[in-house]
Ligand binder design. Structure first.
Ligand SMILES: [Zn+2]
Length: 95
């Protein structure tokens, strides 16, 4: 016969994203990298470098990320890149 007893399991804490804040201004978003105001808006930014090793079944490394809002991307980062000689490329997309 199984004798059953009740045991109180401790609750666990989990880290979840509260919001993302632009590193250059006070802009915030509740999403990971989408700064759009509605669920249908696409307004994503990502400035990062990924370094490491990638093999067919494995990989590891470090990703260095700068959280930047679309306004700072367009008004601060792009002008700086252009001033450094960068040629900016725009590509249309659809899904
Ligand atoms: Zn910003």
């Amino acid at each position: 016969m199984k004798i059953i007893k009740k045991v109180l399991r401790p609750a666990y804490e989990e880290e979840v994203l509260d919001h993302l804040k632009c590193e250059l201004c006070e802009a915030t978003t509740m999403n990971e990298d989408d700064w759009g105001e509605s669920g249908y808006d696409v307004l994503e930014t990502k400035v990062s470098i990924e370094e490491g090793k990638r093999y067919p079944n494995d990989g590891w490394g470090v990703e260095t990320i700068v959280d930047i809002c679309p306004k700072c991307f367009k008004e601060k980062l792009l002008p700086w890149l252009i001033s450094q000689g960068a040629k900016i490329r725009k590509e249309e997309w659809n899904s």
